[in-house]
Design a protein around this ligand. Structure first.
Ligand SMILES: [Zn+2]
Length: 96
């Protein structure tokens, strides 16, 4: 909800605790632009370094939305990945 509030152009957010997403989130780094796929996120993703692993309160969602800013993806420490899009397809595409 906080993402939609902060970014009215965003229609969908994709979020899951995928095996590789969770593993990467525990490394504590952004993606290096070393592959064609990773280049799509160059300077367009953030690392949400928050000790709260599960968002259960509105203030935590607001912190995530603030961290996401105008970017299309977030790596959530020890949690997983999140992508956003102006369509459902865009959010899912970036996630996959
Ligand atoms: Zn989650």
């Amino acid at each position: 909800a906080a993402i939609h509030e902060a970014r009215p152009e965003i229609v969908a957010a994709a979020h899951a605790h995928s095996i590789y997403g969770k593993a990467w989130s525990a490394v504590g780094r952004l993606l290096d632009p070393i592959t064609q796929d990773a280049c799509a996120f160059y300077e367009d993703h953030v690392f949400f370094d928050d000790a709260r692993v599960v968002v259960t309160e509105a203030s935590e969602g607001a912190d995530l939305a603030r961290c996401l800013g105008s970017h299309k993806a977030a790596i959530l420490r020890n949690h997983g990945l999140l992508t956003v899009g102006r369509t459902i397809e865009e959010a899912v595409w970036w996630f996959v």
